[in-house]
Design a protein around this ligand. Structure first.
Ligand code: PFF
Length: 522
């Protein structure tokens, strides 16, 4: 089967930007920034962008295109082409299919809430919820965690989940060029357009509550942008900033690598990778940061913002923002724009999360699109149901911890060392610049070889001690949730083992096919 290709440079940039721009930009970023002191967060954030995010983006684009040249689209095969001597290398690549798959399982459910809420905003269903308590109860009712006047069962949530899941499959069924590329090319400009409408509205709010003149949009922006250098001494802030960079750029996980495998060797990666990063950063810092933070600051003040941030991303997206938007004229329309924007951001990310698993089955087992999708749908559907029905039991958080945090840092560290040290920085640098529209300053060679891996190892070690170990030891998990969390862990382990077994099988097949070919020639 001929390998799929992007139809244009703009197409892949939009697809990578589509993957990167997601709920992380509009919900996770503002919460992280507010939690870690606004201006105090942005300095480590930008340093992590320069020393981790951008180099990782280039690394993934380069090795993806390189491995694609050998007919591979996923990390097991791509890692193996980087180091042919060691047969074990491909098993590290299992993480690059496993982690996106795990994130997909819960991400697609959250995405479906956005579709539901777009509908509720437009029809004014939650209009009567004017306090935080009422809006929280509305959300809990929707999630099946409480009964209220609006929802007596999980049926509405399940309906929107089915629609969202089917939409994802439909796009994926069309393939890379006709599905992913086409959707992202339309969705991204629409998303920016909606974001700008919200931004203008928020910026023209001034001081919405005259009793508290200091709670203004202007001071909200100051909270985010006035730097606080003292925070650089806090390890936690660095960890949070680096984590946000990985998550928002979708890098260090095997997705960009798969997208880049559909490039030709003469296609540029350096400038295109940078353009995708720039697009994501505009969406994150300018749109994500300047809509949500100043709006919440103006309505709830600095103390309110801090409390909201402690409540997490869901609280901000599904409780605070609808309350804020409701208080504006044309609140229903603005609510619809907000949730519509988030849904577009979500779907262009979830299709990217699914692609490595699909590409793996298609490439390595020649399963064909229809059978591949049927298999993918069966497995993910079953697992998302566990997330839906055991919502309050810590299943989602557990998946987020392993898929969305631990594997990200681990995979990023492995691929950087493979690229800069095993493949070798000289070959790496040449490969990166093949077909390139720009030449990078040489100090980036030094950064990729020494600074990025050292930074990653430090983050990995520090994170394991600070945050990893307590979670691994089930610290703070309510006793009632322990069986569910443990079952999730066992399930994840089985998925990982299953994928590793599939990798082994596919290589055995390859070897056998190679030997038969050899035999025929003799
Ligand atoms: N980058 C996306 C976001 O910011 O929401 C989400 C995401 C996609 C995270 C893919 C990780 C990933 F591998």
């Amino acid at each position: 089967m001929a390998k799929e290709r992007w139809s244009s440079k703009l197409g892949i940039i939009m697809a990578v930007a589509g993957s990167a721009i997601g709920l992380g930009n509009f919900l996770r970023f503002p919460v992280q920034a507010a939690k870690h002191g606004g201006g105090a967060f942005l300095i480590p954030y930008f340093i992590a962008l320069l020393l981790l995010g951008i180099p990782l983006m280039w690394i993934e684009w380069t090795i993806g295109r390189f491995g694609g040249g050998f007919g591979h689209s996923t990390s097991p095969g791509i890692f193996q082409t980087l180091c042919n001597k060691n047969r074990f290398i491909k098993y590290f690549g299992v993480i690059g299919i496993f982690a996106p798959l795990v994130i997909f399982i819960y991400y697609v459910y959250i995405e479906s809430w956005l579709l539901g809420y777009s509908f509720f905003a437009l029809t004014g269903l939650y209009n009567s919820c004017t306090t935080e308590e009422a809006m929280t109860l509305f959300l809990r009712g929707y999630q099946g965690l409480a009964r209220n006047n609006f929802f007596s069962s999980l049926r509405p949530a399940y309906f929107f989940f089915l629609v969202t899941f089917a939409l994802n499959l439909l796009i994926l069924y069309q393939g890379v060029q006709r599905g992913i590329e086409r959707v992202c090319k339309y969705a991204m400009p629409v998303l920016f357009f909606l974001g700008i409408i919200l931004l203008v509205r928020v910026f023209t709010l001034g001081t919405p509550n005259p009793q508290f003149p200091e709670n203004s949009i202007y001071n909200g922006l100051g909270f985010l942008w006035n730097p606080d250098w003292s925070a650089l001494r806090s390890g936690r802030v660095w960890l949070a900033a680096a984590g946000q960079i990985f998550f928002t750029l979708s890098c260090g996980i095997g997705i960009i690598l798969t997208y880049a495998s559909y490039l030709r060797r003469e296609d540029d990666v350096v400038l295109s990778g940078l353009s995708a990063v720039a697009t994501n950063e505009v969406a994150e810092v300018i749109l994500g940061g300047s809509i949500v933070i100043p709006a919440a600051f103006a309505f709830f003040g600095p103390a309110g913002l801090a409390r909201i941030a402690q409540g997490g991303s869901f609280n901000l997206g599904f409780v605070t923002m609808p309350l804020v938007l409701q208080r504006l004229g044309f609140g229903q329309a603005f609510g619809f724009i907000w949730f519509g924007l988030l849904f577009l951001a979500g779907i262009t990310s979830s299709i990217s999360l699914a692609q490595p698993a699909i590409a793996f089955l298609e490439d390595e087992f020649n399963l064909g699109r229809r059978r591949t999708l049927a298999l993918f749908a069966a497995v993910t559907f079953l697992l998302t149901n566990a997330v839906i029905f055991f919502m309050g039991r810590g299943v989602l958080d557990e998946m987020d911890f392993w898929g969305g945090t631990f594997c990200l840092v681990l995979f990023a560290t492995i691929e950087t060392i493979l690229f800069a040290w095993v493949f070798g920085i000289d070959r790496a640098w040449t490969e990166m610049h093949a077909g390139s529209d720009i030449t990078l300053p040489r100090f980036y060679r030094f950064i990729i070889k020494y600074v990025t891996p050292a930074f990653l190892l430090a983050i990995l070690g520090f994170w394991l001690v600070q945050e990893g170990m307590p979670v691994i030891r089930l610290h703070g998990v309510p006793a009632g949730n322990v069986p569910y969390v443990t079952a999730t862990r066992v399930l994840l382990l089985l998925i990982f083992a299953g994928l590793a077994w599939l990798v082994k099988k596919s290589w055995d097949r390859r070897l056998k096919a190679g030997a038969e070919e050899e035999g025929r020639r003799i």
